[in-house]
Design a protein around this ligand. Structure first.
Ligand code: GAR
Length: 192
């Protein structure tokens, strides 16, 4: 069966990208990696992707060259764009072209703690449970339809590092499951 092709957008470490890469190495996983794009030529994740033999690209950051991103994604026949720690906002005209095909992972239980430093926001708010969300990307930041979530406890002695680490390990699982779900559903909707 045809696999769904993923285009991954990163800005930094790329651990969510790596979780997706690892899942894609499984024969039965319904998606495959097509390319990795970064707005940051120093993103650590770029090296990891290169070493794994992935086609990697750096695009102009100021202003963000969304036309180039679009071109690379089209060239690589991408079906689903996965933002994985991509720290730039994508313009509405790009999102219109890729409507329903861009997803993101965010380190909170949306709609709580949108935007930057979600883990710190959770600590400051004193919540006892936070988590992560995989959601569709729309022009309203962190507000698109929710695909998957996982809850994570906030422990009494947590600091930003311990909490972020606990959330991140759930992000990796949640992102893989969300991609599996979308890829399997989209294949089911294909005509025979
Ligand atoms: C992750 O925690 C991700 O949820 C967050 O950046 C980190 C990237 O880590 N993204 C956002 O906050 C987006 N609003 P990674 O580069 O190791 O995947």
């Amino acid at each position: 069966m045809k696999k769904v092709k993923l285009g991954i957008l990163i800005s930094g470490r790329g651990s969510n990208m790596q979780a997706l890469m690892k899942a894609c190495q499984n024969y039965g996983f319904p998606a495959e990696m097509a390319c990795v794009i970064s707005n940051n030529n120093k993103a650590a994740g770029l090296k990891v992707a290169e070493q794994a033999g992935m086609p990697t690209f750096v695009v102009e950051n100021k202003p963000l060259d969304v036309d180039k991103i679009h071109e690379i994604l089209v060239q690589h026949e991408v079906n689903l764009v996965c933002l994985a720690g991509f720290m730039r906002i994508l313009k509405a005209d790009f999102l219109n072209k890729w409507h329903g095909k861009v997803i993101n992972v965010h380190p909170s239980l949306l709609p709580s703690f949108k935007g930057l430093n979600a883990q710190e926001q959770a600590l400051k708010a004193g919540v006892k449970v936070t988590g992560c969300t995989v959601h569709y990307v729309t022009s309203e930041v962190d507000a698109g339809a929710i695909i998957a979530q996982a809850a994570v406890p906030v422990l009494p002695n947590d600091d930003i590092h311990s909490l972020s680490k606990r959330i991140l390990s759930e992000e990796h699982k949640c992102y893989v499951e969300a991609v599996r779900l979308i890829a399997m559903l989209s294949r089911k909707l294909e005509r025979p």
